[in-house]
Design a protein around this ligand. Structure first.
Ligand code: ADP
Ligand code: MG
Length: 514
């Protein structure tokens, strides 16, 4: 089937009105009679398309000369190729017009204006892809900053034979080398400038492409990682540690996430095989301390002044500090367990992952006190139990919870269980008594609001827990006295290098560790 079809054939025959109005002209609908099989054949479709294309751009084919187009062997089956052909032709025509304008303006004048910079196709270097090279912010081009007058605006320096254009191999090569500095920081470019490396445009563009795709790839990977972190709530290293626990048979299965907090993620798991030296509870809670460091910054005050951890704190990197939180929770839970306070039992600590017994049943965690509706009797019971636990915690465990509230108390088996003790400190911590007072305020308010008539107010509760006898009848003075006591302790540390083992305000002298 040969071409010879007019580009537009308004009289080509009857057809729907859109055909005649179509800016590309109506397709030739003249006598093509063939069987259904022919119509369906791909070959025919291709030929028809070819015919249409030839009809639509007859001149382009006729005049075009260039790397793609030879005039005889034209492959117009690719849209991309066609677009390129058109673009090239357009550029050529544009440049020809530009040359004419240039000539007209300059005439015979001795001073001439060059339009070179506006040309589409460059006579010196058709693959220079200058526009591609200009992808980055050239204001920050280090090469330009150092040598701003490499090539003047007119595009060349020198005279006659010694003329050097901005496309000079050496100048261009150096420029390209300098531009490599603008690649993503992860992309290692070496010290090309120092070596006076001259990168050809071709090599530079290939490298640039590679840098680009690497950047995109790494962004995709990162995105994926972030996504999976959000999805599975843990990073790959943590996941590996968890798999190892399952593989070792310590855990049967990790069923899912119970809670995602700012500082930790808690999972439920079924316990694995109990061994001779390790009893694994049937259900476990896995607390994963988040390794995103930011959240822990504001917790510094709990740990850096805790003398148990003080020496180590200053020497540790942030990752290790996070492990220390997990370790702290483990130690504190163990102390509480030993004192008989209802709390999770520690199963194992692995880096920043603490496995403990699950408070709840059949994957359903026990509700927090804030979420449970208790009968007034249970409420009263819960109150007295809490008071008792606070006293035990202070006296027997030598601890202040430091984040005690209805959010960290679970109601299970008819009693209150204390959880979340990674931030708990000893009472002689520089802010220990302030933390205790805050705990007392939370507890007193909760039970008073909960209708427990017997509930002590925060100051009474503070004295009842600590055994101190601060008499101030308003909060401000009370707190001032607390701070005075803390200061006394600190002064003692300064002077004697050791802390009070406990506070006393009964008129007795403070008891010191000797
Ligand atoms: P966070 O520091 O994020 O508050 P928590 O230790 O309070 O960490 O745990 C968060 C939540 O996970 C708790 O409110 C509780 O619902 C659940 N949880 C934590 N430990 C256990 C456990 N041992 N048994 C059952 N649920 C638990
Ligand atoms: Mg909590």
């Amino acid at each position: 089937m040969d071409s010879g079809v007019a580009a537009a054939a308004p009289d080509a025959g009857p057809g729907p009105t859109w055909q005649s109005k179509c800016p590309w002209g109506a397709p030739n609908t003249t006598s093509i009679s063939c069987s259904l099989a022919d119509v369906m054949s791909e070959q025919l479709a291709k030929e028809l398309q070819l015919e249409e294309e030839n009809a639509a751009f007859p001149e382009v084919v006729a005049v075009a000369e260039g790397p793609f187009i030879t005039g005889e062997n034209i492959d117009t089956s690719s849209d991309l190729m066609l677009a390129q052909m058109l673009q090239m032709e357009f550029d050529r025509e544009y440049d020809a017009q530009l040359r004419r304008e240039e000539k007209k303006i300059n005439g015979d004048s001795k001073v001439s204006i060059s339009f070179e910079n506006y040309r589409k196709v460059h006579p010196y270097d058709s693959d220079s892809s200058e526009d591609e090279v200009d992808w980055q912010d050239t204001r920050h081009d280090p090469y330009r900053a150092d040598k701003p007058t490499t090539t003047p605006r007119r595009g060349f320096v020198g005279k006659g034979k010694d003329i050097t254009t901005k496309h000079d191999e050496v100048v261009c090569g150096r420029k390209n080398t300098a531009r490599m500095e603008n690649f993503a920081p992860e992309f290692q470019v070496g010290d090309g400038i120092g070596m006076d490396l001259k990168l050809s445009n071709q090599v530079f563009n290939a490298l640039k492409q590679h840098a680009y795709s690497e950047e995109r790839r790494s962004a995709r990977l990162h995105e994926k990682k972030e996504h999976s972190t959000a999805e599975k709530a843990v990073d790959p290293k943590t996941r590996l540690l968890l798999y190892k626990m399952v593989n070792a048979g310590m855990l049967e299965t990790i069923t899912g996430c119970i809670s995602t907090g700012k500082e930790s993620v808690v999972f439920h798991a079924y316990g694995g095989n109990t061994t001779e030296d390790k009893v694994i509870p049937p259900e476990c809670a896995i607390k994963v301390f988040k390794t995103t460091l930011n959240e822990f910054k504001n917790r510094d005050k709990y740990i850096k002044d805790d003398y148990r951890f003080k020496d180590r704190f200053s020497k540790l990197n942030p990752r290790k500090i996070i492990r220390m939180w997990a370790e702290k929770e483990m130690h504190n839970l163990t102390r509480m367990q030993n004192a008989g306070i209802p709390c999770p039992e520690v199963v194992i600590l692995k880096k920043h992952i603490l496995v403990m017994s699950f408070i709840g049943k059949d994957q359903i965690p026990a509700p927090k006190l804030k979420d449970v509706t208790l009968s007034s009797e249970d409420m009263k019971k819960a109150y007295y139990q809490t008071l008792n636990m606070m006293q035990q915690l202070y006296k027997e465990c030598n601890l202040v919870h430091a984040d005690l509230s209805e959010y960290n108390m679970l109601w299970h088996d008819g009693k209150v269980w204390l959880i979340d003790v990674s931030q708990s400190v000893e009472p002689t911590h520089p802010h220990g008594l302030e933390f205790l007072f805050r705990d007392c305020r939370n507890v007193a308010q909760f039970f008073q609001k909960g209708g427990v008539a017997e509930a002590l107010n925060e100051r009474e509760l503070f004295n009842a827990v600590s055994g101190l006898n601060i008499t101030a009848d308003n909060e401000v003075d009370f707190q001032a006295e607390i701070e005075a006591l803390e200061k006394m302790n600190e002064d003692h540390v300064q002077n004697h290098g050791k802390k009070l083992s406990t506070f006393s305000s009964d008129g007795d002298p403070p008891i010191f560790d000797e």
